[in-house]
Design a protein around this ligand. Structure first.
Ligand code: GLN
Length: 476
């Protein structure tokens, strides 16, 4: 039932072939049985059946809301009122917001959506495996010895296992698209400014976006339709009307111009290089299929993109260090049980509350912002970010989409160390330039799925989704 499309599910409710309450009951049972196997949820909403009763009543009265009875899961850095928002960190392991929730959650709730729970993630969204979570890693839904990717790995696993038809994640440098690719589902990061981040715990504010994960593209459009737009509480949101979202339709790829991004993998370590080449072959063969469907495909190289991982590292650490400065345990968050004096309390709370990866990143962030490093490193990175953005804008004036592998590597074993930098090397450019981007499953190597990544012009989200729906239906 959970592999159903949103539209089918809602039609089933309308025709009384399905019941929101019974669906919620079945889902809760499944999630409770399987969460110990996959660890995809940090919090499960035990009240979901009661919540779904409200939808049931509205259907009985023939006054349903547009998404009435739909149940989704939400990454644990997006605030839902009265539910723990831990961000996968000990620091916030006691943080239950009581008086407000994020704009996007509020919009979904007002349209009849319910929330089955909060999904596991890398601590403060820092990582590509969920291994930095205070709650332990999520396991890959296809093979539990492997990572589901990250940082929205809990969300990706939840969708792949049918623990929710849709999940909201967050994407600062690939955290929705990379786990989507590792778990064989679709993951979408909208343009910067499309979805409000009010009520989302910030990692790197100039890069963060809420992303949507689902089994197919049309379900993503269904969520976007009711959540996007300007929000006074997040001044980075834009007042744009997205094409092809209100009456979403697939868009034929015929005559679309696609730039096939070629990256030189030779600098990668040998085991990774071989994997990357195999993945690239799958992307290339898909590009040929798109050509056969009438798309115009040309290979391009963007030399400046080699710098994107380094630039992302500098900027994201700098913004993380300043965003996390507020967590000192004195107003909310982890408070030490040690008997320490007032001077050491901040230090001790932060030392106990943050994991190693976060501490390392804060150190790097403080370093690049400090004294003369600010001009030498941080300001310079900002300038290169501008150049990357200009270069991408120029390319996207010539082409409708850029195509590349979502990840140059397959899911790796949980006991293996892999740098985030490699997992995200094909993804961060979209965040640096504020572009919409999507990962769609497009083939397999062994038991794991491979994702193709498409990027488009800023605010072209509806067209990107339309073409992606067409591609997903025609290539799979
Ligand atoms: N893996 C990247 C990082 O660790 C991206 C994370 C994200 O998008 N939240 O920074």
């Amino acid at each position: 039932m959970t592999k159903m499309r949103v539209k089918q599910l809602l039609d089933g409710f309308k025709k009384r072939e399905l019941s929101p309450k019974e669906s919620a009951k079945d889902l809760l049972k499944k999630v409770k049985e399987e969460n110990p196997l996959y660890n995809d949820f940090i919090t499960i909403n035990e009240n979901i059946v009661k919540d779904a009763e409200q939808s049931e009543e509205r259907y009985h009265k023939n006054t349903p809301l547009p998404l009435d009875g739909l149940i989704i899961s939400v990454k644990d850095n997006i605030i839902i009122k009265d539910m723990l928002t831990s961000c996968g960190s000990k620091m916030l392991s006691n943080f239950v917001p009581r008086s407000y929730e994020s704009t996007v959650i509020e919009a979904l709730r007002n349209n009849g959506v319910h929330f089955i729970g909060k999904t596991n993630m890398d601590e403060f969204a820092c990582g590509s495996s969920t291994k930095t979570s205070f709650y332990g890693p999520t396991l890959n839904p296809i093979n539990r010895e492997y990572t589901p990717g990250g940082s929205s790995g809990g969300s990706a696993c939840a969708v792949a296992r049918g623990h929710s038809i849709i999940s909201l994640g967050s994407d600062t440098g690939g955290s929705v698209r990379q786990p989507a690719s590792f778990c064989g589902i679709v993951g979408f990061k909208p343009s910067y400014g499309i979805l409000s981040r009010w009520g989302v715990v910030a990692y790197a504010s100039s890069l963060d976006q809420i992303g949507i994960m689902a089994n197919n593209v049309s379900d993503i459009a269904a969520i976007l339709q009711y959540t996007y737009g300007e929000d006074d509480r997040d001044t980075t949101t834009s007042n744009v009307t997205l094409e092809n979202i209100d009456n979403f339709l697939p868009i034929d790829v015929k005559n679309k111009r696609i730039a096939l991004l070629k990256i030189d993998f030779n600098s990668l370590e040998s085991d990774i290089r071989d994997e990357a080449k195999k993945i690239q072959e799958i992307i290339d063969s898909n590009a040929k299929k798109l050509q056969a469907l009438g798309a115009i495909v040309e290979e391009i190289d963007i030399p400046l993109l080699k710098e994107s991982s380094e630039i992302y590292t500098i900027l994201s650490r700098a913004e993380l260090a300043s965003n996390l400065a507020k967590f000192d345990g004195t107003r909310f968050g982890h408070m030490t049980e040690k008997d320490v004096d007032i001077k050491s309390i901040y230090y001790t709370n932060r030392d106990e509350g943050f994991g190693d990866e976060i501490k390392k990143r804060i150190l790097v962030g403080d370093y690049v912002l400090q004294g003369e490093n600010n001009a030498r490193i941080y300001q310079k990175a900002l300038k290169i970010r501008g150049l990357i953005k200009n270069e991408l804008d120029t390319i996207l004036n010539r082409y409708d989409f850029i195509l590349n592998p979502t990840s140059p590597i397959l899911p790796f074993k949980l006991d293996k160390e892999r740098e985030s930098k490699i997992a995200d090397m094909m993804l961060v450019y979209a965040n640096l330039a504020g572009l919409p981007a999507i990962s769609i499953p497009c083939g397999k190597i062994g038991e794991f799925s491979v994702g193709m990544h498409l990027t488009s012009k800023r605010f072209n989200d509806g067209i990107l989704l339309g073409v992606s729906e067409f591609i997903h239906d025609n290539l799979n």
